[in-house]
Design a protein around this ligand. Structure first.
Ligand SMILES: Cc1cc2nc3c(=O)[nH]c(=O)nc-3n(C[C@H](O)[C@H](O)[C@H](O)COP(=O)(O)OP(=O)(O)OC[C@H]3O[C@@H](n4cnc5c(N)ncnc54)[C@H](O)[C@@H]3O)c2cc1C
Length: 369
């Protein structure tokens, strides 16, 4: 371990995923002087692996545009989304509905803008602890100590910053499984027709979510990103056997379950606290939506809201963050997250197969399919 030192910063951001990078970039855009007194700690080294479908929505792209960054990475444009429940379904066709990236490339490209905007980025340095002091926080990593006025916890769904605040709840957690399988792009309709599949049939087995097939590129080679999302938006209901359900869904596609990986997501609940004096949480550390589990746009947005709150605190010299949760709740971000949670609660209500068959069939009829 290298010699420990104490450096002073105005803002320390933990995590350089979309939330942490967006926070640092937004600070740089709004106050270059503060960016020079901002440190981003990232425990991994870019390009680092990140389990994710890699779906970037137009809303995420609009936020990147607002941040004035254009992470230039390969992506597969999606012009149609097929929604299925067993033998019924419908297709939404829209040019550039979303695009699919590889997160190791996307996050590395996004993080490069952090330094461009003047903040320091320490990779391979993990937060291990922090302590409240009279005039701020002592942030302790596996390499050094820092004094800061504000700590932004953007350290993902398993956030240590959140854990240390004693704000972890096990009943607001979505579960996700994913595998990547090589495919022949010329013979795979998802590639030739630029289509993503959202298959809600696993709801019949108690999953409060869906199975997905996203066409993706790994180092230039065509792969199918396949996954299962279980929102657990009704936490009181029994847990489905995710591995078994995933295996069955793959079997129907003649795909073997291999190199299975899983990762949780926290879903946002406006009644839960995401701040403490000198500390705010952003991105998955605070929560995302339990409808489709789309978290990249919300993480970018959360990072921006956290950045604005941090700059405001520095301006006023008030580090209580008393109004952070209220600000998030009533922001466009909070409204979107609450709206999607309500839809998820209705969609994943656990009605019988007739309900979903009827719903999917009716939408199909309206869309003329
Ligand atoms: C299987 C799966 C599929 C998904 N598919 C999609 C999708 O298609 N589209 C979409 O929009 N969203 C998707 N999501 C959600 C999306 O990945 C997350 O919402 C998003 O990554 C959240 O960004 P974040 O910056 O908050 O956290 P993260 O991206 O998790 O970043 C957190 C960062 O903090 C770092 N870190 C953690 N602890 C420490 C520490 N102690 N010290 C220093 N650094 C630390 C980590 O290394 C990481 O780089 C998916 C999630 C999963 C699990």
């Amino acid at each position: 371990m290298s010699e420990r030192r104490i450096d002073d910063y105005d803002i320390v951001i933990v995590g350089a995923g979309p939330a942490g990078s967006a926070a640092a970039i937004h600070i740089g855009n709004l106050s270059p002087e503060t960016a020079r007194r901002t440190l981003v700690l990232e425990k991994a080294v870019f390009p680092r692996p990140k389990l994710c479908g890699g779906g970037i929505t137009p809303h995420a792209d609009a936020l990147l545009h607002a941040l004035k960054v254009h992470p230039d990475v390969p992506s597969v444009p999606i012009h149609a989304a097929r929604f299925v429940y067993r033998d019924v379904g419908f297709c939404l066709r829209w040019k550039n509905l979303f695009r699919v990236v590889r997160r190791e490339e996307f996050d590395a490209a996004l993080a490069s803008f952090v330094m461009q905007r003047g903040a320091a980025l320490h990779q391979n340095e993990a937060l291990v602890d922090y302590r409240q002091e009279a005039d701020g926080l002592d942030v302790i990593t596996d390499q050094a100590s820092y004094r800061t006025k504000i700590l932004v916890g953007a350290d993902g769904a398993n956030s240590l910053v959140r854990k240390k605040l004693g704000l972890v709840r096990s009943d607001r957690i979505s579960r996700l499984l994913e595998i990547l399988t090589p495919v022949d792009a010329d013979r795979t309709p998802e590639f030739t027709e630029h289509t993503a599949v959202f298959d809600f049939s696993p709801m019949a087995d108690g999953v409060q979510g869906y199975y997905w097939d996203f066409p993706s590129l790994k180092q230039g080679a065509a792969v199918m990103n396949r996954g299962l999302f279980d929102s657990r938006v009704h936490p009181e209901r029994p847990r489905a056997d995710l591995k078994r359900v995933f295996e069955a869904a793959l079997e129907r596609r003649s795909v073997e379950l291999d190199h299975l990986q899983g990762h949780p997501e926290r879903w946002y609940d406006a009644r839960m606290r995401n701040s403490a004096p000198h500390i705010v949480l952003a991105g998955d550390a605070a929560g995302t939506e339990p409808l489709l589990g789309e978290g990249i746009s919300h993480a970018l947005n959360f990072g921006m809201v956290a950045a604005e709150s941090a700059l405001r605190a520095l301006r006023l010299g008030d580090y209580s963050f008393r109004d952070y949760d209220r600000r998030v709740r009533w922001s466009a971000l909070g409204s979107r997250l609450r709206f999607k949670r309500r839809i998820a609660q209705v969609l994943y209500w656990g009605k019988g197969a007739w309900f979903y068959r009827l719903g999917f069939g009716l939408i199909g009829l309206v869309l003329g399919e």
